[in-house]
Design a protein around this ligand. Sequence first.
Ligand SMILES: NC(=O)c1ccc[n+]([C@@H]2O[C@H](COP(=O)([O-])OP(=O)(O)OC[C@H]3O[C@@H](n4cnc5c(N)ncnc54)[C@H](O)[C@@H]3O)[C@@H](O)[C@H]2O)c1
Length: 383
Amino acid sequence: MTRRTVRIAMNGVTGRMGYRQHLLRSVLAIREQGGVDLGGGEVLWPEPVLVGRRDHALKEIAERHGLTEWSTDLDAVLADDTIDVYFDAQVTSARVEALKKAIDAGKHIYTEKPTATDLEGALQLARLARTAGIKHGVVQDKIFLPGLLKLKRLIDGGFFGEILSVRGEFGYWVFEGDWQDAQRPSWNYRSEDGGGIAVDMFPHWEYVLHELFGRVLSVQAHITTHIPRRWDEQGKPYAATADDAAYGIFELDGGAVAQINSSWAVRVNRDELVEFQVDGVHGSAVAGLRNCRVQHRSATPKPVWNPDLPVTESFRDQWQEVPDNTEFDNGFKAQWELFLRHVVLDEPYQWDLLAGARGVQLAELGLRSSAEGRRFDVPELTL
Ligand SMILES: NC(=O)c1ccc[n+]([C@@H]2O[C@H](COP(=O)([O-])OP(=O)(O)OC[C@H]3O[C@@H](n4cnc5c(N)ncnc54)[C@H](O)[C@@H]3O)[C@@H](O)[C@H]2O)c1
């Protein structure tokens, strides 16, 4: 096997996503499996160069994983002609500037979402990338999750008949940070730092809805901050200026309606941290990150509304588990592999900066909808 090395500057690898999902579970996991098989006796070999602000933190991560290259000088890394790809998992507010520099330096781009905090910024990135002729990709990990892959299988197999509605529940209780540490970074709760659940989660809902059911045609949202005061990583109280709950209704091309609740102020009484119930004329499904259950119309019971009688049946037990029937890889890794193949083999890749901009657009329109108490059409984006 001959190795075709792709050198990737990875910025933000000290963070939650950058370290665990992208470095550990994707790039290093690809190396552990021997690279990406390109066929013809060739393997793609990703070579990460860690980039960040704190030398000692980068050095510690590099040494822990037997890596030899790291830098706190992004400009110098981007000026290095041997670097092929720039990857960004920094805080959202630092993203646009870094991506612009990388595009300017002629690097291919792979980035976490949201690509920017406003639509104008997101579109500008997509235009710059097109003009520069580079390859670009945006993380859209949820569609690569086993539960949603099973849902896609059901849709492709015609299980639902006409799809009527999608109900999404996402969220969990994020501790305020006073009597127990918060399990998310404090910048998530400050809008001036790019925080907020709508900016974070609506980009995910855009591509999930778009890819599985149809383009989002309109949005109506109620977005709020339930917990106004939180405590940061140093135990200092701060005002939560960003939203922590977003209740959205989305009309979809094809006629279905989706309603998705996203909240960091909800306690979990579900099987998974996100679940989507899809109701179709011929059957229904509930898909989470891993699992998916179905109820076909032929096996649908006939509940009768009578509040005077206790419930005698267990509704949850009337659903059937969809089997794996295959091995599912980590979703982030699966998308990395497709992107790297796109870079070296020019294979098609649809999750680009324009797709990323659609997510930012939905978040922006959702926030406007909530602020103005109106429903907004979602215009189709072009460059
Ligand atoms: N795809 C997903 O499911 C998913 C999930 C969570 C977060 N994200 C996205 O990933 C990105 C990172 O989120 P995270 O939860 O890993 O955040 P995090 O706070 O854990 O990590 C942020 C990283 O950015 C770096 N950074 C650069 N400039 C900074 C600055 N000025 N202030 C603070 N940190 C700075 C930090 O050192 C760190 O490496 C965000 O854009 C977020 O929207 C995506």
